[in-house]
Design a protein. Sequence first.
Length: 364
Amino acid sequence: MDLRPDPMQTQLRRALRAGLAGVAVKPGLRGVPVDDGPASQTAAVLAELSAPMYELPVAHGGLGLGLAAGVTVSEELGRAACGNPYRAAALVTDAAMACGRADVLDDVRGGMTVSVAGLEDDPGGGVTAAPGEDGGTVLTSTVLTGTVLADAAGADLLAVGFDRDGSQVLALVAAGSSGYKWHGDAWPAAVQLSGVPVTDRDIMPANTGLGLGPLPAAQVRQAGYLVGLAAGMHAAAVKYTGSRHQFGGRLRDHQAIGFPLARMTVSLRATRLAVHHAAWMVDSGRASMAPVEALAAAADTLLAMVPITMQVCGSRCMTSELSLHRYYRLAAAEPFRYGKPGKLWRRAGAARLVEAGSGFTRPS
């Protein structure tokens, strides 16, 4: 891994940061914290900057910049406390390329809106699958057994994650199919499935082994988004504590304020390095458990950032006076979209023990 700054990534980051700075934010303290989905200002900025083309291979008409570009996009979305219309389309695009579904790839590139659900309880989510009535060639029962989070409500195509024969897969459900209901009035949006029929052709693998495939790449992108949220939260706290004076000096000049922020700076930089290393591992074709570990580390860093910034900024951070409240509301759901951090760490630890040849059997 080359640790020197990539000029291309630097230019992408600069362009994204400038474009996202013009996205209108929601000042309210309740309701949906961000405008998400394909009709949002965020999606318009990404489209204007041709962000969906960054990761696509040149053979598919893209720029071939690899997962590192997707991490940069995700990180800047988080830093700006914007929604994330990028991740669902990127995940479905990867899955479509992996199984040769050129029609799905063309639809997504042509503007079809996509939402992903069922990946928050890794592996398998809250969705169960029963065989179809015709001997199992058609899946006629994909039943939601709990709250299944979705990226955005009302999409043209819903990709539902569930466990099939020990492997995680994505089932494509078109808008208008019977048996599912959106709960999009609150945030995050959720979808309720009840006997939704899905053909085998519309079931795509989410993993290809060795820590590679659509889902590991999506985990790295989500890790980048969480790092961006943590970085934006930290920057807002540093700015506020540098401008507010108390006890004869700036707040952050006091050890009780400055030291915790300094510790989180170290944690944030180490986590960002782990995320970009995971992206490099995926692009190099040897990821192993790096995506899972990067996602778990990013979630831990973001969750640790919340009490620190709340402590140093006081009650103002929970009001519309500071932008921190938007980050806090996003941090209530985003670290868990692709699995709880503790569960991810247990998976990664079990896999590492197997790789070390300890004789430990990986749990199912």
